[in-house]
Design a protein around this ligand. Sequence first.
Ligand SMILES: C[S@@+](CC[C@H](N)C(=O)[O-])C[C@H]1O[C@@H](n2cnc3c(N)ncnc32)[C@H](O)[C@@H]1O
Length: 247
Amino acid sequence: MSFDPRTSFGPQVAATYDEQPRGDEEAAVARLAELARGGPALELAIGTGRIALPLAATGVRVDGIELSEAMIEKLRAKPGGDALAVTCGDMAEVQLSDRYRLVYVVFNSLMNLITQDQQVACVANAARHLTDDGVFVVENVVPDPMYGLRQDRDGVDQYVDASRVEPGRVSVEVGRFDRATQRVDKCHVQLTESGFRLDPLALRYVWPSELDLMARLAGLRLLHRWGGWAGEPFDGRSLRHVSVYRR
Ligand SMILES: C[S@@+](CC[C@H](N)C(=O)[O-])C[C@H]1O[C@@H](n2cnc3c(N)ncnc32)[C@H](O)[C@@H]1O
């Protein structure tokens, strides 16, 4: 089974995307505002503006690149959403004429590029958009090394995770992981008495160390790596990282 990433954030997902905020928005915006040093800032995969809109409200100009028209429509419908310059296109390819003191990609969105080449191109594109003193910030999960221990009889790494089991409603996430390409094809499945909903998603896991090499290829060096937006230390138990690169 393989998914087309362009359909992963269509109208169905966009309609409910903001219903369950992650809860780290305030900390993320505070950190990004500090790193922007007055801006301007560019968000790659800006989505519905979950981070960009509150960041813009701090006085920083925020532009965006986003592949999904449905997500852009949601952003535009929010207060202040019309004021942001958002270009519809692929964050690995779109080239804007402006340069930014902060370019950032958060909430694992770099992994929406499902090949290493696309991720390398995206990091290079981020670097291309930086001012000389600009920083590139990536927030991403640290891949789960246990994937490799869950092979089934056919040699496929796979999982089923029941996130919600209630009378009349069950939510499960099912996924298959390919070690060779670091690609995950997964689907959030919601089953209710009235029917079911499928939200497919394709991702490519990227390790922090691999990201550092992509940054080096783009002429960037790691300046900070934290375990979260509040500057938590990054160590072997960290489930995610906030990494800051500069020339
Ligand atoms: C997990 S959402 C994150 C949205 C937003 N950054 C946030 O933090 O809420 C991932 C976003 O990446 C967008 N996306 C996926 N592939 C993309 C690409 N190649 N170029 C630009 N945006 C892309 C999706 O449409 C979606 O809006």
